[in-house]
Design a protein around this ligand. Sequence first.
Ligand SMILES: [Fe+2]
Ligand SMILES: [Fe+2]
Length: 238
Amino acid sequence: MRVFDLTIRSLVDENYIYARALSYLGVEFYLHPDRRLKEICAERGLTKSQVLNAFYLFDRSHRFSFQELKKYPLEIVVEYLKHTHHTFIKHRLPYIARLVNQYPDQDDLKLIFPEFIEEFINHIYEEEDTIFSYIGTLLDFQKGKYVNPQFFQLQYADLCLKSIHKEHKEEDELAGIRALVEESQATDLHRQVIAKEIKAFDREMWYHAEIENKILFPKAVALEAVVKEKINNLSKLN
Ligand SMILES: [Fe+2]
Ligand SMILES: [Fe+2]
Protein backbone atom coordinates (compact mmCIF):
# COMPACT_ATOMS: atom_id res chain seq x y z
CA MET A 1 0.00 0.00 0.00
CA ARG A 2 1.31 3.39 -1.04
CA VAL A 3 1.34 5.14 2.35
CA PHE A 4 3.67 2.54 3.83
CA ASP A 5 6.33 3.29 1.21
CA LEU A 6 6.31 6.98 2.02
CA THR A 7 8.78 8.64 4.34
CA ILE A 8 7.35 10.09 7.52
CA ARG A 9 8.18 13.56 6.20
CA SER A 10 6.15 13.21 3.00
CA LEU A 11 3.31 11.53 4.84
CA VAL A 12 3.01 14.42 7.29
CA ASP A 13 3.55 16.91 4.52
CA GLU A 14 0.53 15.40 2.79
CA ASN A 15 -1.69 15.56 5.87
CA TYR A 16 -0.55 16.99 9.20
CA ILE A 17 -3.24 14.98 11.02
CA TYR A 18 -1.10 11.88 10.37
CA ALA A 19 1.53 13.40 12.68
CA ARG A 20 -1.02 13.33 15.48
CA ALA A 21 -2.07 9.77 14.65
CA LEU A 22 1.59 8.66 14.59
CA SER A 23 2.24 10.34 17.92
CA TYR A 24 -0.69 8.36 19.34
CA LEU A 25 1.05 5.20 18.08
CA GLY A 26 4.26 6.26 19.82
CA VAL A 27 6.08 7.63 16.77
CA GLU A 28 7.06 11.32 16.82
CA PHE A 29 7.36 12.47 13.21
CA TYR A 30 10.18 14.95 13.89
CA LEU A 31 12.44 12.23 15.29
CA HIS A 32 12.31 10.08 12.16
CA PRO A 33 11.48 12.33 9.19
CA ASP A 34 13.46 10.37 6.60
CA ARG A 35 12.47 6.84 7.51
CA ARG A 36 9.78 4.99 5.61
CA LEU A 37 6.57 4.18 7.42
CA LYS A 38 6.94 0.46 6.70
CA GLU A 39 10.40 0.33 8.33
CA ILE A 40 9.12 2.03 11.46
CA CYS A 41 6.11 -0.31 11.60
CA ALA A 42 8.32 -3.39 11.25
CA GLU A 43 10.65 -2.15 13.99
CA ARG A 44 7.87 -1.38 16.43
CA GLY A 45 5.58 -4.27 15.63
CA LEU A 46 2.81 -2.01 14.40
CA THR A 47 0.41 -3.75 12.04
CA LYS A 48 -0.93 -2.10 8.91
CA SER A 49 -4.46 -2.16 10.21
CA GLN A 50 -3.42 -0.49 13.48
CA VAL A 51 -1.83 2.32 11.52
CA LEU A 52 -4.69 2.70 9.04
CA ASN A 53 -7.24 2.67 11.85
CA ALA A 54 -5.37 5.43 13.64
CA PHE A 55 -5.14 7.50 10.46
CA TYR A 56 -8.83 7.04 9.81
CA LEU A 57 -9.83 7.81 13.38
CA PHE A 58 -7.82 11.00 13.63
CA ASP A 59 -8.73 12.20 10.19
CA ARG A 60 -12.45 12.26 10.55
CA SER A 61 -13.95 14.84 12.77
CA HIS A 62 -16.26 13.61 15.47
CA ARG A 63 -18.58 16.38 16.19
CA PHE A 64 -22.25 17.08 16.22
CA SER A 65 -23.55 19.54 13.70
CA PHE A 66 -24.69 22.87 15.02
CA GLN A 67 -28.28 22.25 13.94
CA GLU A 68 -28.27 18.87 15.65
CA LEU A 69 -27.04 20.28 18.95
CA LYS A 70 -29.59 23.07 18.87
CA LYS A 71 -32.35 20.48 19.11
CA TYR A 72 -30.85 18.72 22.13
CA PRO A 73 -31.86 19.54 25.71
CA LEU A 74 -29.57 21.72 27.77
CA GLU A 75 -28.19 18.75 29.76
CA ILE A 76 -26.84 17.16 26.60
CA VAL A 77 -25.32 20.41 25.38
CA VAL A 78 -23.51 20.77 28.74
CA GLU A 79 -22.26 17.18 28.57
CA TYR A 80 -21.06 17.68 25.02
CA LEU A 81 -19.16 20.84 25.98
CA LYS A 82 -17.58 19.08 28.98
CA HIS A 83 -16.47 16.28 26.72
CA THR A 84 -14.86 18.79 24.35
CA HIS A 85 -13.11 20.51 27.28
CA HIS A 86 -11.73 17.16 28.32
CA THR A 87 -10.48 16.40 24.80
CA PHE A 88 -8.81 19.82 24.57
CA ILE A 89 -7.04 19.48 27.92
CA LYS A 90 -6.12 15.80 27.81
CA HIS A 91 -5.25 15.33 24.15
CA ARG A 92 -5.06 18.34 21.89
CA LEU A 93 -3.13 20.79 24.03
CA PRO A 94 -0.55 18.34 25.42
CA TYR A 95 0.21 17.24 21.86
CA ILE A 96 0.66 20.79 20.56
CA ALA A 97 2.66 21.73 23.66
CA ARG A 98 4.98 18.80 22.99
CA LEU A 99 5.42 19.84 19.35
CA VAL A 100 6.25 23.38 20.46
CA ASN A 101 8.68 22.23 23.17
CA GLN A 102 10.50 19.85 20.86
CA TYR A 103 10.90 22.42 18.10
CA PRO A 104 14.67 22.70 17.76
CA ASP A 105 14.92 26.45 17.05
CA GLN A 106 14.30 29.48 19.17
CA ASP A 107 10.67 30.54 18.86
CA ASP A 108 8.40 32.99 20.68
CA LEU A 109 5.70 30.36 20.73
CA LYS A 110 7.73 28.56 23.39
CA LEU A 111 7.11 31.50 25.72
CA ILE A 112 3.54 32.30 24.75
CA PHE A 113 2.05 28.83 24.43
CA PRO A 114 2.42 27.82 28.11
CA GLU A 115 0.80 31.13 29.14
CA PHE A 116 -2.09 30.45 26.80
CA ILE A 117 -2.56 26.94 28.23
CA GLU A 118 -2.73 28.31 31.77
CA GLU A 119 -5.30 30.92 30.77
CA PHE A 120 -7.29 28.42 28.79
CA ILE A 121 -7.41 25.90 31.64
CA ASN A 122 -8.61 28.64 33.98
CA HIS A 123 -11.35 29.53 31.51
CA ILE A 124 -12.48 25.92 31.40
CA TYR A 125 -12.42 25.46 35.18
CA GLU A 126 -14.40 28.62 35.67
CA GLU A 127 -16.93 27.49 33.12
CA GLU A 128 -17.35 24.06 34.66
CA ASP A 129 -17.17 25.04 38.33
CA THR A 130 -19.30 28.16 38.13
CA ILE A 131 -21.48 28.28 35.02
CA PHE A 132 -22.14 24.60 34.40
CA SER A 133 -22.73 23.87 38.06
CA TYR A 134 -25.15 26.80 38.28
CA ILE A 135 -26.97 25.51 35.19
CA GLY A 136 -27.04 22.09 36.89
CA THR A 137 -28.86 23.59 39.88
CA LEU A 138 -31.32 25.39 37.58
CA LEU A 139 -32.02 22.10 35.81
CA ASP A 140 -32.46 20.26 39.14
CA PHE A 141 -34.99 22.83 40.23
CA GLN A 142 -36.85 22.61 36.96
CA LYS A 143 -37.04 18.83 37.30
CA GLY A 144 -38.71 19.25 40.66
CA LYS A 145 -35.76 18.55 42.93
CA TYR A 146 -36.05 20.55 46.13
CA VAL A 147 -33.88 23.65 46.16
CA ASN A 148 -34.01 25.87 49.23
CA PRO A 149 -35.03 29.33 47.93
CA GLN A 150 -33.00 31.25 50.54
CA PHE A 151 -29.95 29.13 49.91
CA PHE A 152 -30.35 29.57 46.16
CA GLN A 153 -30.62 33.35 46.46
CA LEU A 154 -27.60 33.55 48.76
CA GLN A 155 -25.43 31.19 46.79
CA TYR A 156 -26.12 32.64 43.36
CA ALA A 157 -26.79 36.29 44.22
CA ASP A 158 -23.88 37.50 42.09
CA LEU A 159 -24.53 35.28 39.10
CA CYS A 160 -26.33 36.59 36.06
CA LEU A 161 -26.04 34.46 32.95
CA LYS A 162 -26.91 37.35 30.68
CA SER A 163 -23.86 39.37 31.69
CA ILE A 164 -21.59 36.29 31.72
CA HIS A 165 -22.81 35.61 28.19
CA LYS A 166 -21.93 39.15 27.11
CA GLU A 167 -18.38 38.83 28.48
CA HIS A 168 -17.98 35.37 27.01
CA LYS A 169 -18.81 36.65 23.51
CA GLU A 170 -15.94 39.11 23.70
CA GLU A 171 -13.23 36.66 24.74
CA ASP A 172 -10.52 35.63 22.32
CA GLU A 173 -7.72 33.82 24.11
CA LEU A 174 -5.90 32.69 21.00
CA ALA A 175 -5.42 36.19 19.53
CA GLY A 176 -1.72 36.50 20.47
CA ILE A 177 -0.80 33.04 19.25
CA ARG A 178 -2.80 33.47 16.04
CA ALA A 179 -0.80 36.61 15.23
CA LEU A 180 2.50 34.83 15.93
CA VAL A 181 1.58 31.93 13.68
CA GLU A 182 0.55 34.27 10.88
CA GLU A 183 3.73 36.35 11.10
CA SER A 184 6.08 33.39 11.12
CA GLN A 185 8.32 32.97 8.08
CA ALA A 186 9.57 29.50 9.02
CA THR A 187 9.01 26.92 6.31
CA ASP A 188 10.35 23.71 7.85
CA LEU A 189 7.96 20.80 8.27
CA HIS A 190 8.00 20.80 12.08
CA ARG A 191 7.03 24.47 12.24
CA GLN A 192 4.37 23.94 9.56
CA VAL A 193 2.79 21.10 11.50
CA ILE A 194 2.70 23.33 14.59
CA ALA A 195 1.04 26.11 12.56
CA LYS A 196 -1.53 23.72 11.09
CA GLU A 197 -2.32 22.21 14.49
CA ILE A 198 -2.77 25.66 16.01
CA LYS A 199 -5.00 26.78 13.14
CA ALA A 200 -7.10 23.62 13.47
CA PHE A 201 -7.34 24.14 17.23
CA ASP A 202 -8.32 27.76 16.64
CA ARG A 203 -11.18 26.64 14.36
CA GLU A 204 -12.33 24.08 16.91
CA MET A 205 -12.24 26.64 19.70
CA TRP A 206 -14.22 29.05 17.61
CA TYR A 207 -16.79 26.34 16.95
CA HIS A 208 -16.86 25.44 20.65
CA ALA A 209 -17.40 29.08 21.65
CA GLU A 210 -20.14 29.43 19.03
CA ILE A 211 -21.97 26.48 20.61
CA GLU A 212 -21.63 28.13 24.00
CA ASN A 213 -22.68 31.56 22.76
CA LYS A 214 -25.47 30.57 20.42
CA ILE A 215 -26.87 27.40 22.00
CA LEU A 216 -25.82 27.00 25.63
CA PHE A 217 -26.26 30.57 26.87
CA PRO A 218 -29.59 31.34 25.17
CA LYS A 219 -31.09 28.09 26.52
CA ALA A 220 -29.62 28.69 30.00
CA VAL A 221 -30.64 32.37 30.16
CA ALA A 222 -34.24 31.40 29.37
CA LEU A 223 -34.19 28.68 32.03
CA GLU A 224 -32.64 31.07 34.56
CA ALA A 225 -35.47 33.57 34.05
CA VAL A 226 -38.13 30.92 34.69
CA VAL A 227 -36.37 29.48 37.74
CA LYS A 228 -35.60 32.86 39.28
CA GLU A 229 -39.21 33.91 39.01
CA LYS A 230 -40.42 30.72 40.66
CA ILE A 231 -37.85 31.03 43.42
CA ASN A 232 -38.79 34.65 44.09
CA ASN A 233 -42.42 33.66 44.36
CA LEU A 234 -41.52 30.81 46.70
CA SER A 235 -39.46 33.00 48.99
CA LYS A 236 -42.27 35.55 49.14
CA LEU A 237 -44.55 32.79 50.38
CA ASN A 238 -42.10 31.71 53.07
FE1 LIG B 1 -16.00 25.94 26.97
FE1 LIG C 1 -16.01 29.18 26.77
